[in-house]
Structure formats: C-alpha cells, structure tokens
Design a binder for this molecule. Sequence first.
Ligand code: NOJ
Length: 546
Amino acid sequence: MPERWYKQAVVYSLDVETFQDSDGDGIGDLRGLINRLDYLARLGVTCLWLNPIHPTPNRDDGYDVTDFYGVDPRIGSLGDFVELVHQCENRGLRLMIDLVVNHTSNEHPWFQSARGNPDSPYRDWYVWSKAEPANKDEGEVFPGYQRGTWSFDEEAGLWYHHRFYDFQPDLNWSNPEVREEIGRVVAFWLQLGVSGFRMDAAPFVIEEIHPDSADRRFVFEWLNDLHDHIAWRRGDGIMLAEANVDRALIPEYFGPRGNRIQMLFNFLVNPRIFLALARSSAAPLVTAIESSPPIPEQCGWATFLRNHDEVDLSRLQESERADVFDAFGPDQNMQLYGRGIRRRLAPMLGNDRRRIELAYVLQFTLPGTPVLRYGEEIGMGDDLSLPQRDSIRTPMQWSDAPQAGFTSSDKPVRPLVAEGDCGYPRVNVTAQRADPGSLLSWFERMLRSLRECPEFGIGQATVLDPKNDAVLAVRFDCPVGTIVALTNLVDEECTVDLSPQPGTGRKPLDVFANRPYEPGPTDLSAVELDGWGYRWIRLARPIAPG
Ligand code: NOJ
C-alpha cells in the first residue's frame, strides 16, 4: 500500500478573515492564525485548507481574485504567509489553499486590459461573443442572485461568459497561455510550501464554452497536465477538487490511472447524510456507499457535513429534499437558491449534543478523509439576518470577551453570533477547553481515536447488514487492521447481530464509543447500541497491539 498522506488526514477549513484578528482592525489575519496554530494542533487536525487569501474586491468572499501571486493586504503579506508555512511545518500541519482559476475578478488587471484593448495580450484569456448568445440566461449557479451567464461589456463591445456572478468573468482555458499561467501560479505556491490546492469549481474550469452551442464538452486532459506539473514540482502535492457532478462522470475526474485529481469532495454522500439523519434511516447512506463508483487506489474521497456554502440538496429526489428541508431548514429564510440550507450544523440539530456527535461520527467514519469547518468543533451557530451564505461565515468564537476574543475592534468584519444558545457568551473555545464534557473535548478525543484508525482512510469499506434499518454498520479492512463502525440513527437502544464476521476470534475492542460498553460475544452476534449511540470496534490488528 503506497503511503498517501491525504488519505489519513483530517482537514480543517477556515477563512483567515474570520478566524483571528491580531492587529485590532476587525479583520482576521495570517498572524492571528499563526497564534492559533497550537489550538489546531491540539484539536488533532493535520491539514489546513484556507479559503482564498488573495487580493480581492471581496464581492464573493475572496472567490473573485485580482492577483493570484499575492496575499490580500487586509490579512497580511507574503512574508506572513511564509511564516505561516514555517509554523505549520513546526507542528506537522500541512497547508492547502483555494485555487480559484475558473474565473478572475472583473477588476483583475488581465480583464481590465482584455476588455479595454482588442490587441491586448490578455484579450483571448477570457471567453467572448460578438453576438448576443441565445443561452445567455441559462446555467446560473446562484439562481435568484445572478443575472445570466453572459453579460455585455460596454468597454469591449462584446459579451463575456461568467458561470458565476457577472463580476467573475471566466478564464478561457482553451487558450494554452492561460493554462501555462495557471501552471506558474500553482508552482509559485508549491514553492512557498503548500501541500496542495482545493480546486474551485473544477467542472467549469475544464468546460469548453461556445456562445452558439449549449453542448457541454469537458477536457479532462487539462487535469492530467496540471497533475503532472504539480507532481514534478512537489511529489506529494495534491488537488482536492470541488466537482458536484453525476456519479457516471466521477471516474473521469480521478482519471483512469488516478492521474488527474487525487481527492474529490463527496457531493453524492453529503446530502444523503442529511437525508439519513432526517429519516432516521441508514438506507440512503447504504445506497450511496454501495453505488459509489470504484476509484483508483491512490485517490480518495473528502467527506464533509458543513462547508462555507449552503448544504446543496439538488442531488436528492424532490420528496427526499422535502424531508430534509422539513427537518433541518423549514423556514424560507433558512433555504437558499431553491436547493440548499444556509445553516450551521448545531442549530440544524436543535443543539442536541447527542445528535451532533452522531452526525460527526457518521461523517468521520464514512470512506474518505474528513473535512471539518472552523467553529463546528464547538457547535457554532449561524446568523440568518446576514445575506445568503454569510449566515454561516461569522467570526470564530474564542471566548466570552467582547467580540468573542476574535478582535479588539468593535467593528468586526462580520457580526459575531452573540445571542441565543449558540451566541459566544455560551459557545466559545475557552469555556469548552476547561470542560472535559464539552463538545470541543469530545472532538479532541474523537480525532485522537480516528488518527489511531488508518482503516477509515485506507481500508476497503464493506457495508454490513445489521438487519435494522436505523443502524449503519461499515467494515473497513486494510493491511494494518479491521474496524467495524456502527451508528444508530434513532433514539432507541438496540442489539444487532453482525455474525459471522471474518477476522473475529478475540474480544472485540471499542476504540471509540458514545460510552463504555461491555465487549459482548466475540463473534459480534449481539452488539449493543444506545439510542443515537455509536461504536468503532476493532476486530483484528495484526501489526500493532491494542
Ligand atoms: C464555489 C465556492 O465554494 C463558492 O463559495 C464560490 O462562490 C464559487 N465557487 C465561485 O468561485
């Protein structure tokens, strides 16, 4: 089994701007993040993924870049970034950054030059049409908030394509010069020490756009080129791509020999976790795992519950989506783009500690590498008075000091959640650090246990049949051992029979569980589970003891 760091990682995603301010200007910054690295190391995560850090007019929270080689001066300098890399290395933490190269900001000097001058060397770096495209209103990503996908630019006298907002003109990836430039961008950050990139909007990056055709053609070979380029510059560098695509297309993204993208966010599983929780049934997850396409050995899934966007339910059937909306986002104001929920997990689950644990245990024991969003480890809430996805992008709650210790300014970049059950006077790191029974302490224990279980990251997953629709039981086999993970999705205790189970023959050992259980019979013929309980049972460990 070749060693692949990303298959045994725990990724923590954060936006520098809302994590920790160090200079009192109200905006989180790189120095603030450096000061919090010990917290992250103690939590037990192994890799940080930073949302965009580049200069930006900030009209899409940094996903509108004006300089791919720079750091947004509001959060620091390149010098601060290199110091961050160094301090991460000191703690054995890896660093990934967002690679937002489907588009630029319309304020990027490339677009400014391209629109203003037909002879500009950057003219062909964007996607233009002389005639008004017939499909100009189709294919919007943010329905209700975005005006079409082609807009007329007065200065150029041409239409330009934008898959996202009109201030995010798409780069023309068919132009080899664009691909070469992105190669330089990637090389630059690898040289500065990042271990990889979260590739934004991958399907749109590799999509060839023609103004007079609605046919979609994807050029997967561009991903091979990027893969090889990264591998040449940094052997263990990776891409983790956002590609919310049909199941049938997924193997194309990994590549026939695993030579395109190493990791994909699992958008097939994410909405089905919510469906499983809403229906108290393991069936949606059983189907999702069993129907996952086979993937090359060196590739892997990244699982997530909450990210910086809405929970996207568009892959569910209408009745399934309705059940999830009813359970977790019943009010219109909790929903977004007609397809998703703009809430954090704790309020979605009524701040019920047992259900929050259950949800995270479910995610962390599904095949793949878990990705955790900042603040979820303490059960942060949302602010539905903020527009669109800003509701879940409020600053980190460090303490009960003014502005939660995020900043000494009284004008934080975004308001803190101050009121209610999730407000920072009640939910904050300092209080939870002092309390061994807190959600944060539970996360620390869970992550420590997870890191003792490489089976979840590298093992072969087999769904078992516990003959109980509310229980998900998955067995993970790999050369270093075998683990069975059980989660009970109802608030009713049960005993399940998993016998016969190859590899048993000694007392099953709970590596992690919602409480200490009696070991039960060796052949797993009677495994007890509390209501909303969970157990990770180690069956065999040929190499290490325990
Ligand atoms: C996907 C990102 O996750 C989202 O936050 C962003 O708005 C769009 N891509 C555009 O870059």
